[in-house]
Ligand binder design. Structure first.
Ligand SMILES: Cc1cc2nc3c(=O)[nH]c(=O)nc-3n(C[C@H](O)[C@H](O)[C@H](O)COP(=O)(O)OP(=O)(O)OC[C@H]3O[C@@H](n4cnc5c(N)ncnc54)[C@H](O)[C@@H]3O)c2cc1C
Length: 379
């Protein structure tokens, strides 16, 4: 392993920290309380060039490496995982497949405005009957004159209630083959799409939707990458994004740790700061050690992406370690706070609720274990 942070990486981190401190932190609590995402953030992220971090300048992106992308996500999640979840669903899942497989017209109409933060994107893969196993997806697309008619449903779709367009995975043939899974770019509103906002226990400031799709017409020019499907594009997209998701988990863990450490220095019990009690100091030591381990995993994974050597198993290992660490660290933060840890005045309860999202989303921890085990079971 041979990576280091360059001066540009350090400058980017500083920019993102300032953005987090000055522009995100004042919004995070209200977004959680009102369960609504502040829409102006996408424009701001467009101005900062961070939506386009992973895309070439020729396509309107900022030409950054994966390490930079991880720094961006880590610092967003340090303040609010809700904001970073919406960012991730937009900047990666919702538009990466368009960048990878879209026609010049699709890129001009959907990708470019999304990179600039002028349109909001989402990615509709999961369904009520299947989140973990995408091969079972039931949403159907049937060919008609000039386009396709879609029927089905999608569940837990980030950004759906506020999106200008969604990438929707649908089956173009009745057979349960991978090749029959295609992606459609659906401009919203579409009369065949009924979208309702779900109430959640975590990342409340990110808007998540349930979608009923009934006889929804999608024109031919909104089929992405041909009728024979985009299963490999979906898998590649999920694989790379797992490293970004792990960077987010690292950010959540750091946010919870810093809050707990500050509290442990200030909170007096029997006349001395609780940090002086060994049990509290050891808890913080465990948290710091877990964060250090997750950090190395995340940036090792990012470095592998940049070298083009990331394997699905490594992506899964990185996500598994970092997301489970975020859950434990944020729980330990609550323990350090005692009763105050359950009060909304402090951010650690929110960090812990938010940490739950990544032991589930983008493949549960069990699914990551399956991907890791496949490496040694199939050889
Ligand atoms: C807040 C939030 C936002 C989301 N955003 C999006 C989004 O933008 N787009 C999108 O498409 N999806 C999104 N999802 C969906 C997410 O990817 C799925 O929830 C996740 O993949 C799990 O699927 P499921 O909920 O159907 O659980 P299930 O698949 O029903 O799993 C239930 C349990 O069974 C276990 N399990 C299932 N299969 C296996 C197996 N083969 N081996 C071992 N254990 C197994 C799981 O680990 C889990 O413990 C989001 C989810 C959440 C919670």
């Amino acid at each position: 392993m041979d990576f280091s942070f360059s001066t540009e990486h350090e400058q980017l981190r500083e920019t993102m920290r300032r953005h987090g401190r000055e522009e995100l932190a004042p919004l995070a609590r209200a977004a959680d309380d009102t369960e609504s995402f502040p829409p102006a953030l996408f424009r701001r992220w467009g101005e900062l060039g961070v939506i386009g971090a992973r895309y070439p300048a020729a396509d309107g992106g900022s030409d950054m490496d994966k390490i930079s992308d991880c720094i961006i996500r880590e610092e967003l999640s340090y303040v609010s995982q809700a904001f970073c979840s919406s960012f991730s669903a937009h900047s990666h899942l919702g538009i990466w497949p368009i960048w990878r497989a879209g026609t010049p017209e699709q890129k001009a109409r959907f990708f470019r405005p999304a990179v600039d933060g002028k349109q909001v994107a989402g990615f509709g893969l999961s369904e009520p009957d299947g989140g973990s196993d995408i091969r079972t997806l039931k949403t159907r697309a049937k060919k008609v004159d000039g386009g396709w008619r879609l029927d089905g449903s999608k569940l837990y779709i980030t950004n759906a209630p506020m999106a200008d367009f969604l990438l929707v995975a649908a089956r173009t043939a009745p057979e349960l083959t991978n090749a029959a899974i295609s992606l459609f770019i659906v401009a919203l509103p579409n009369p065949g799409f009924r979208i309702s906002k779900l109430e959640k226990e975590g990342i409340k400031g990110s808007e998540t939707g349930l979608i009923y799709i009934e006889d929804a017409f999608v024109p031919d020019d909104c089929l992405l990458g041909g009728e024979t499907g985009n299963y490999d594009v979906i898998l590649d997209s999920l694989s790379e994004n797992r490293v970004g998701v792990a960077a987010s988990a690292l950010g959540i863990a750091r946010g919870a740790f810093d809050a707990a450490l500050a509290y442990a220095r200030e909170r007096l019990v029997r006349g001395k700061p609780i940090l002086q009690y060994q049990a509290v100091a050891h808890r913080l030591a465990d948290m710091a050690a877990e964060i250090e381990a997750a950090k190395w995993m995340v940036y090792h994974g990012a470095w592998q992406v940049d070298r083009g050597t990331l394997t699905p198993a490594l992506a899964a290992k990185v996500k598994l370690i970092a997301s489970e660490a975020a859950l434990r660290v944020s729980e330990n933060a609550i323990r350090v706070f005692g009763g105050a840890g359950l009060m909304r005045e402090y951010p650690v309860g929110r960090h812990h609720r938010d940490a739950l999202v990544y032991i589930i989303g983008e493949g549960t921890s069990d699914i990551q274990r399956n991907l890791i085990a496949r490496e040694f079971r199939e050889t």
